[in-house]
Design a protein around this ligand. Structure first.
Ligand SMILES: [Cu+2]
Length: 346
């Protein structure tokens, strides 16, 4: 058995594992990503810049959100030839007032395609892409290309974390930090739990009380910082809600024993500068939420950590049991009412 396998097995025994199994089971809202195809129709009447045209938009839908790798096909349902050309069009009124012809930017160009024909383009880069028709420059559309959201935990470079929770040993080889976050895919305006536990890296024993500093560096700025935090038995967690997508690093540093540590033979030197870990990942833009009403509740003590595990493990089956009992009770009483009716002579 290799060192890592041993670590992993030791970890599986520990209480943190069930909470992950349960949350993965209940969260279920991870965005799975694979290339999709979209159709934009150029409706009948697009050739006509007048406001009384039957076409309400020139490209339907006029604004299309997709992901990197998706393909868009434009279908010409009009009676004239059109183009799909990247760049700024003249706008409906702009064209009528100034005879502006728009400005292609060279990213893509279908050239003219006729009624009944179509043209496709695959978007390989994220960004916002304006396009228009060079023949009828009032015809404008836009494609919003969002980055692919992986369905697995990964670091800030996008590399898949084959082991999650992550095991990281401090540079001085004294402490092993087991670190994870939930949900695994972090999105803006949604609460994330960073969960971590400390082990002695030599004997693989849990370190019950550790003092440490924790901070979150998001897009290069410190957005959260707590000094001299103290972990209790079973580890610790911190919650955070991000306002902006980007790269995030959770830093744990100045790890040192809080009081006397009875459970390990390891000798901690006074200099804690070599006792730190950095964990990085990506925060994605939330397509469903633009703000959060959730409150961030930081643990006052680690007992709460156990309390939450207990809630997850006990409360959910308990509610199901109560619902089942109520259902059975209701069913039973309604059956007896029915049988009572049956026996009543009309
Ligand atoms: Cu056109």
């Amino acid at each position: 058995m290799t060192f890592l396998e041993k670590k992993h097995r030791a970890f599986s025994r520990k209480i943190i594992y069930p909470i992950f199994t349960i949350s993965i089971f209940f969260v279920g809202s991870i965005t799975f990503s694979y290339a999709e195809e979209f159709v934009v129709t150029i409706p009948y009447g697009a050739f006509n810049p007048e406001l009384n045209t039957p076409a309400e938009v020139w490209y339907d839908p006029a604004g299309l959100p997709i992901h990197v790798g998706d393909t868009v096909t434009w279908f010409n349902d009009d009676r004239e030839g059109h183009t799909v050309t990247s760049g700024e069009g003249a706008g409906r009124f702009g064209w009528m007032d100034t005879k502006d012809l728009g400005a292609p930017n060279g990213i893509f160009d279908s050239e003219r395609f006729m009624p009944g024909e179509s043209w496709s383009f695959t978007f390989e880069n994220e960004g916002t892409f304006d396009y228009f028709c060079v023949i009828h420059p009032w015809m404008e559309g836009i494609v919003f290309v969002e980055p692919i959201i992986p369905d697995y935990p990964h670091d800030a470079t996008g590399k898949k974390l084959e082991q999650f929770p992550i095991f990281q040993i401090t540079p001085d080889q004294s402490v092993e930090v087991n670190f994870s976050w939930e949900p695994e895919i972090i999105k803006t305006h949604e609460k994330v739990n960073f969960i971590y536990r400390f082990y002695d890296a030599v004997y693989d024993l849990p370190l019950r009380k550790m003092q440490y500093d924790i901070s979150i560096v998001h897009n290069g700025n410190v957005v959260f910082e707590e000094k001299n935090a103290v972990s209790g038995a079973g580890g610790d967690y911190r919650q955070w809600i991000y306002d902006e997508p980007g790269t995030t690093i959770v830093k744990i540093k100045n790890l040192k024993p809080y009081g006397t540590i009875a459970e390990t033979q390891i000798v901690f030197t006074d200099d804690a500068s070599g006792r730190f870990t950095d964990f990085s990942t990506v925060v994605y833009d939330n397509a469903e939420k633009t703000f959060s009403t959730e409150k961030i509740i930081q643990p006052k003590q680690t007992l709460q950590f156990y309390y939450e595990i207990a809630v997850a493990i006990i409360l959910v089956p308990a509610i199901m049991l109560v619902v089942a009992l109520l259902y059975m009770k209701y069913h039973k009483s309604s059956t007896s009412v029915n049988s009572g009716r049956k026996s009543t002579p009309i």
